[in-house]
Design a protein around this ligand. Structure first.
Ligand code: FES
Ligand SMILES: [Fe+2]
Length: 393
């Protein structure tokens, strides 16, 4: 798979005499995200955000004494569940000679390497036995650890806290993200799809408001002729931005249906939060729909969208939601597959106002976070207050 080089230019209408000024994006984060296929470029920073939770696999994938593999941020992982029911995530590599631990044996407590039988306690990754040692040997077995990562289950996913290579697990790891729900009883569903894209393209595709009329034309959603001017208010939130509560687009049939059902107004709020999360809440009277999409980097040229939704809309059965959701994701996926074809040849790209402003905020948030971590200072927010964006979609 070829890699994209993310080189964006953008046009800002803030030239001295009001003329657009072509700006070349030179910020280091974009260069850090720059990718190439050459061996030299493999050494470059792939632009991942470490020290965040990422969903690795669905909870149902780890059961019994099964060892399951996954990859996050180009780190191979082996996951499983102890006899007590705790999910664990280790680096899928034996610290002795590097053979994947997933070829080994798991007894519900310890993972035994398939090569020389070293055994590691699953949750701490601490070595408990090196079978070749004799009573003469001085090696302290309990000082040997395999790589391991904090692991929590939420909303049917096994989340792994991806600490940066060569760093220790911090003392205070925040709780893994949870999908907001607004009543005791609700239905929920999960969907996933892989995109042959760098994480940044996956994310800006996720927040892109202008592709709807072209990519998501469906009889049940909208036609391209319904395109019209929109004006949305955005505000800064920690690590991200919010499309302030508003009545959703009148050109989408499901919202019209919801309005008819409750006889009340519909409001929707959409947040984007670093590293990779889009959260949407829709409320109308007592009815609600809540969803979260995360774009998780697997490798620099591959990411995965995990979409989870919960709702108490009595008229929306799970199978119907899954059908709608799959249609949407397939449309995005097909577009990203085609985009990857174009990105192989290292094109220059553009971010335009206002439709690509959220993408610019994403890049700026990412750059500011990395800068704050580098310097130990507070993270600057790219937005100073509420902003109104206008586009047609
Ligand atoms: S490689 Fe795992 S025990 Fe030797
Ligand atoms: Fe889309």
């Amino acid at each position: 798979m070829q890699h994209a080089i993310l080189r964006f230019g953008w046009v800002e209408p803030d030239g001295l005499n009001g003329l657009p000024r072509q700006m070349s994006e030179t910020r280091t984060t974009l260069q850090a995200a720059a990718l190439a296929t050459s061996e030299a470029a493999r050494e470059t920073d792939p632009g991942f955000l470490w020290d965040f939770w990422y969903p690795a696999v669905r909870s149902e994938a780890i059961r019994g004494h099964r060892l399951v593999t996954a990859m996050l941020l180009e780190v191979p992982l082996v996951l499983g569940r102890t006899a007590q029911g705790h999910a664990f995530a280790m680096r899928d590599s034996c610290p002795h000679r590097g053979i994947p631990l997933s070829y080994g044996h798991f007894d519900g407590q310890t993972v035994e390497c398939s090569y020389h039988g070293w055994r590691f306690e699953a949750c701490t990754a601490q070595c408990v036995e090196i079978p070749s040692l004799t009573s003469q040997d001085k090696l302290k077995v309990d000082r040997v650890f395999a790589g391991h990562y904090p692991c929590e289950e939420r909303d049917g996913y096994v989340w792994v806290y991806m600490t940066a290579p060569g760093t220790r697990v911090p003392e205070n790891v925040p709780a893994a993200p949870a999908l907001p729900v607004f009543s005791k009883n609700y239905k929920s569903a999960q969907l996933a799809c892989e995109l042959p894209s760098h994480i940044d393209h996956g994310i800006i595709g996720l927040m892109d408001p202008a592709h709807g009329p072209f990519v998501h034309q469906s009889w049940f959603w909208r036609s391209r002729h319904s395109i019209h001017a929109k004006e949305k208010q955005f505000e800064p939130i920690p690590y991200g931005f919010r499309m302030s509560p508003h009545s959703p687009s009148s050109n989408s049939a499901p919202y019209q249906l919801l309005r008819k059902m409750t006889g009340e107004g519909v409001t929707t709020t959409i947040d984007f939060v670093l590293p990779n999360m889009r959260l949407e809440e829709i409320h109308s009277g007592k009815l609600w729909f809540s969803s979260r999409a995360t774009v998780t980097p697997i490798r620099r040229d591959l990411c995965r969208i995990d979409f989870v939704a919960a709702w108490n809309l009595f008229f929306l059965p799970v199978f119907l939601f899954r059908w709608f959701g799959k249609t949407f994701l397939r449309q995005d996926q097909q577009t990203m597959i085609r985009q990857a074809e174009g990105l192989k040849y290292d094109p220059h790209l553009m971010l335009i106002d206002d439709a690509d402003r959220p993408a610019k905020w994403y890049f700026a948030l990412k750059a500011n976070l990395l800068e704050a971590r580098r310097t130990g200072s507070a993270m600057a927010h790219p937005m100073t207050g509420p902003v109104t964006l206008r586009w047609r979609s």
